[in-house]
Design a protein around this ligand. Sequence first.
Ligand SMILES: [Zn+2]
Length: 120
Amino acid sequence: MTKPRTVTLTTADHGPVTLPEPSWCIGHPHHDPDTVRADLAHTGEDIILKFRGRPIASACLDQAPHADVASREVRVSVSLLGQALDARGLYELAADLDTYADRLRDLADSLLVIRAEGDL
Ligand SMILES: [Zn+2]
């Protein structure tokens, strides 16, 4: 039986705090010891949306186990929204992005027709 992973992080208000380290957390290599315990957070690998090599948005697993205000549950932080979503919210966002992608394709189709007709 393997021992559960833990991580000990120095905080400004509670000194060293030891947390269970979830398997999806990428670790805390840039931890700031001035962080307060409520702001400690586990973070997963970023999933990045790029267009022509330029990052547009990212999303990652996120959890603040001692959060005062935000949820302490594991969620996904979505940079496009500036908020974290649960699984249901992510499915809703993905559906809306699918719809948006379809509308972009419709606009591209319209643009081709307009240009072919010389209606610019
Ligand atoms: Zn962690």
